[in-house]
Each structure stands twice: as C-alpha cells, then as structure tokens.
Design a protein around this ligand. Sequence first.
Ligand code: PLP
Length: 417
Amino acid sequence: MSSLAATQKREAALLLPLYDRYALKIVRGNGVHVWDEKGRRYLDFLSGIGVNALGYNHPAVRRTIAQMSARGLIHLSNLFYTDYQAALAERLTKLSGLDRAFFCNSGTEAWEAALKFARAYAQTKADNREPKWRVLAMEDAFHGRTFGSVACTWNEKYRKPFVPLLPGVEFVKFNDVADLAAKLDDTVCAVGLEAVQGEGGIRPVTKEFIQAARALTKKHGALLICDEIQAGLGRTGRMFAYQHFGVAPDMVTVAKPLAGGLPLGAVLATNDVSSVLHPGMHGTTFGGGPLACAVALTVLDVIKKDKLVARNEQLGRYFRGELEGLKKKHRAVAAVRVLGLMAALELDNADLAKSVAKQMLDRGIIINRTHETALRMLPPFLIGRQHIDAVVAALDSILSAEMKGKQSQPASKRSTR
Ligand code: PLP
C-alpha cells in the first residue's frame, strides 16, 4: 500500500483538482470508526457526509451485498423487472405518505428529476394563460451540482463558474413568509426546500414558513418539493424531516443513507404528479439497480428493527443539552442547532471553526465545517452517549485552549469577536 504522501502526489498529478481532502488516508472501517494507514482509529461524526447511517461494516448490509453478488444481480438496467424496486417503493411510500417512487443514483439526480417532473406537471396541468416554469428555491439551500440542482443552490461559488444555469430559478429568504408570498404567483411551478438545511449550517425550517409554503403552493397550483437527501430517513428523529411540521409535500427527494453507502437516490411523488409522466420521458441506466435496492431494503429493515428513528430523537436531545453546555461556557460559541443526529455548533468566526475542525481530526474525531462558521456533525445512527461525550469533551478542551491562547496574546493581536 502506498503512503499518504505518495497517494497525495499521484492524485495531484492524475485527478481533476476538485477536492480539498483531509490529510488522511482511510484503509478500513468498522461500526462508528475508521482507521488510517498507520493504524490510527478515528471516531466518525460525519459518516461519509450523512451516508453511512449504519456505520461501517454493518453485518446486515454485508450479508445482502454477498447474497446479491452470489445471485449475480448487481446491475440489470430498467428494461427488466426485478423484485426490488416495487418492494422499496412500497416501503418508502408508506413511510413518506407519498404514492410512487422513481429511483436514480444520487442526490443531485433526484433533485434534477423532481425539477423536470415539476416542469412537466405545470405544462400538462396549467391553463397556459401565462408560462408556468419559475422555481423558487431558498437562500442557503444546497441541492447538488448538476445544472438544475446547482441553479437551486444558493452559494454563489457553486454557481458562478458555470453560468448560464437552468433559467427561471429565484431565491427566497429562508423562513421569510413575506418574501415567499411576494415571489410566489401563478407563474411558479415549484417551491423547493430542505426542512433542515444541511450545507446551509443545520438550519430547520419554521413551522410557520413550511405551512405557508404548502398553502401558497396549493393556492397557485405549484408543487412543494422537500429535499430530504441529508435530513431524511430517520436522521432528525422523524423518518422525514418535514414530518416534524405537519405538511404533506407533492414530491420528496432522498439519497445519501438510502442504500448503506451504495449510490441510490429516489424521488417520491403523488399520484397526481405521476399522472403527467409516461415511459421514455425520463430515465437512467444505473438507477434503482437490484443490488442498491436490496441493500436499501436491508437498511430500512435495520432502522425499523433497531428503532433507530426514536433513538436518534433521544440521542439528539442529549446531544443538544451537551452542546448547549458548551455554549454557556465558551463565548466563541454563537449558536447550537440540533435536530436528532443533525447537529451544528456555530462559532463566531470562520478561522476558529476551521481550526477546531482540524484539531478535532488531530484528536481522532471526524467532523466538518460548513457555511464557514458551523461545525457540522452527522454521526452514524449507531453512536451511543459515550461517543457524544467524547466529542463534546474534545470540543470543550479545544475551545478552552483557543481561549487561553487568545488571552495570552498581546491585545493588539487579538481578533475582535
Ligand atoms: N441535497 C442535499 C440537501 C444535500 O445535502 C446534497 C449533498 O450534500 C445533495 C442534495 C446532493 O447530493 P449528491 O451529492 O448525492 O448529488
């Protein structure tokens, strides 16, 4: 096996320069931990950015992969029937309250498909007195990197190099009902939002806003699309994050944790949306393959059998309490936002957040920084309180040392907070 330095050198020469990786080479994983090439163990509080909900090397996931591999059913294309898509659709529709599913390979593909379905719905159903193709997305939203999804993604750094993007997308101030009402009229075909913004810094929607979005979209014949790619499938202590707020969307997108680490995304939609679609309008070669769908069924089985959704809610309450304790103790903590196992500790400056994330890694704990100042934690559903305690103790110690360092600096060098 090559060393970290050798791998870094090879990648620098051979890969398109699109990732800024941690200086860490992971060689194996088990449970809530991964190991680097020197045998050092890391507690993973990011779980592959929300993908590895069942951690690493889960026996049930391993078993299903082995069974499907032995059966020779890894890929088949969407030209044939298998048992798995309908079975998975049945589970996801029951859990979400929607009627039907379309399977694809990733989050951005799911969002892209949902946008296309919304445009098709508007074309078919609208009375066509005026064009109906505007899409309202939220400030601070993240929906992916393909052209439609990135057009709905707020941070300009993701959009600017690639203009012109999908036309017709406008941004609404998140949780600002007046701004939504001002922008939403009969020319809008869809309003899209994350019930808890992930890349945006773990920011939950307000009940008032999402309920207003539901009412206004109904009034203007637009669809409400909830992006549950990061927050969905149990992470927030509900199967879907919108279920905290008593709304029923027209479409829901899921991906990340769905297939235990294999690429799989889905759009869940109502029968009404489905009524405008027909064979050939949209599709994918890989999406919904038998291996990925079989593993997804296993993931949902484990989540149900081990009652992980309720457990996530309880653990989240404990996590919130502990992080609130840090806020009371450290002036640098600006805010705490936790819903289930989606947590952010917002610090009062970006450099500090960067430094704390790096120091956590030095201490063997993986978290990340998002939205400049938010330390984001998306641990696997398998963690216990002892893991939360370890993370909070490390954050406490790092923040204390940072404060001491600041105080021992001459006043002229202290950053103003
Ligand atoms: N939507 C949300 C809310 C996400 O968090 C992400 C990824 O972080 C995406 C969409 C895009 O998913 P993918 O990276 O699988 O394309």
